[in-house]
Design a protein around this ligand. Structure first.
Ligand SMILES: NC(=O)c1ccc[n+]([C@@H]2O[C@H](COP(=O)([O-])OP(=O)(O)OC[C@H]3O[C@@H](n4cnc5c(N)ncnc54)[C@H](OP(=O)(O)O)[C@@H]3O)[C@@H](O)[C@H]2O)c1
Length: 298
């Protein structure tokens, strides 16, 4: 099988790590797509425009379409359901049709928010039951992908952190803005359980899956990948303060459920299917977050 991977959302927090993981292996030919941040050799495409999208996909002729582009902020999605539908569902449908036409398969990046968080751990194949519009849009995207072709893959991950351009690029690193400023009390959610996952680990895990799939075409359907440390946002904030020798007295635990779009309580993902494919690194949170925050500490 030709190893040609088209990566959507390659300018995004996670897409950048996917691009790195595949570009480092000369056996794979990669093309990264972006929209507003189409620098560094990324091709500019508005994925909500089916004509533009089809032209790029047909020209590149991928064997795999790794679809990471999305609107992924639950609060933005609650306010803009129509725009979200275009990128999270309709564009996914279009990419699946193009993949079918070219004999390629799709890997759709999805989220633990397709579950309601009441019955962890969640196994691949468990029924989805999202609580908010973001989770619903991703669950609908999953259905499109799994119905379009039995060879397609849904790859679910939980809240991410990585090498951010700005602290507010990740729901984890954004906490550091308040941690760094001991002059004001910083209320941090100490209710919902999270499993913050390092994007470069996800890049490596996904690469293991794509390489395994070259040898074993039965690797289809749903897969999960997640860090294994359960932390609330309050726990994460305290760790960040400790790592940079900052005070913790201004960090206040808020034990009420998060405000805004409803969030699931505990979506711990069962990663057994991925673990069975071979050892993949899970960077300890303290180690990964330190690497990501160092350049933002001033
Ligand atoms: N972030 C999380 O904590 C998290 C957790 C679980 C699952 N996920 C899933 O992981 C995937 C990646 O998330 P992320 O955090 O990397 O997202 P991100 O940093 O917000 O990046 C989104 C990407 O989508 C691209 N995009 C958006 N609209 C587009 C359009 N109309 N045409 C072309 N490209 C478009 C953006 O391109 P430009 O920036 O160049 O415009 C960007 O590359 C998503 O599928 C998300 O649902 C994320």
């Amino acid at each position: 099988m030709a190893k040609r991977i088209l990566i959507t959302g390659a300018s995004g927090l996670l897409g950048r790590e996917f691009l790195k993981a595949f570009a480092d292996d000369s056996e794979w030919t990669t093309l990264g797509l972006a929209f507003s941040r189409s620098s560094d050799g990324l091709k500019k495409v508005d994925l909500t425009d089916p004509v533009q999208t089809a032209a790029v996909v047909r020209e590149f002729k991928p064997s795999v379409i790794l679809h990471s582009a999305a609107e992924r902020s639950p609060d933005v999605v609650e306010k803009n359901p129509e725009q979200t539908k275009k990128i999270n569902i309709e564009c996914t449908q279009n990419l699946c049709q193009l993949a079918n036409e070219l004999g390629a398969y799709v890997i759709f990046i999805s989220t633990d928010y397709v579950f309601d968080g009441t019955k962890p751990p969640y196994k691949p194949g468990d029924p989805t039951c999202p609580l908010n519009k973001y989770g619903m849009s991703k669950a609908d995207g999953e259905k499109v992908v799994l119905t379009a072709n039995a060879g397609n893959i849904v790859f679910r991950v939980p809240v991410l952190y990585g090498h951010v351009e700005r602290l507010d690029e990740s729901a984890v690193t954004v906490l550091f803005s308040k941690v760094k400023d001991p002059s004001k009390p910083a209320e941090m959610n100490h209710c919902e359980r999270r499993y913050p996952t390092f994007c470069s680990d996800i890049g490596q895990a996904l690469k293991v899956l794509a390489d395994s799939r070259v040898k074993d075409s039965s690797l289809t359907g749903e897969f999960h990948w997640s860090g294994d440390e359960m932390l609330t946002k309050y726990d994460m904030a305290v760790i960040m303060a400790e790592l940079f020798n900052l005070p913790t007295s201004h960090i206040v635990a808020d034990t009420k459920p998060a405000q805004g779009a409803p969030r699931p309580y505990d979506c711990n993902l069962d990663c057994g299917r991925m673990d069975a494919l071979g050892a993949v690194k899970r960077t300890p949170f303290r180690e990964g977050i330190k690497l990501c925050l160092e350049k933002h500490f001033h």
